[in-house]
Design a protein around this ligand. Structure first.
Ligand SMILES: [Zn+2]
Length: 117
């Protein structure tokens, strides 16, 4: 399958309302762990890793990019690295991170159940 189609399909499996809700109502909290953000820990995380988008034509990047950036703390951003959300959920399910339950709750809201399972 063409990578453009793969990317759009992947993004289509996410629950946009969770992303939009955070953009509208939680402007000063980490998208993943919900901690308070300040000038020293505030970062921008790419839900679909930037490394996957870089090779895409600009119109595709623009469409996906609009929904792809969330505010996150430096800890979550560093821990997620360039994992997809599905990979991050699998990783987090085994992580000793003290915020694991909060992060898993958010990822489970965000990632729609796989209709093929
Ligand atoms: Zn966080």
């Amino acid at each position: 399958m063409e990578i453009k189609t793969q990317l759009l399909n992947r993004f289509g499996t996410y629950n946009y309302s969770v992303i939009i809700d955070h953009k509208l109502h939680s402007q000063n909290n980490c998208f993943y762990c919900n901690c308070d953000l300040n000038d020293s820990n505030r970062t921008k995380d790419h839900l679909v890793p930037a490394s996957m988008l870089r090779s895409q034509p600009e119109p595709i990047r623009n469409i996906i990019g609009h929904y792809n950036n969330v505010k996150s703390c430096n800890c979550c951003n560093v821990e997620k690295r360039d994992m997809t959300l599905e990979e991050y959920r699998t990783y987090m399910s085994k992580s000793p991170n003290p915020n694991r339950n909060q992060i898993m709750k958010k990822l489970n809201e965000l990632i729609r159940p796989d209709p093929n399972l």
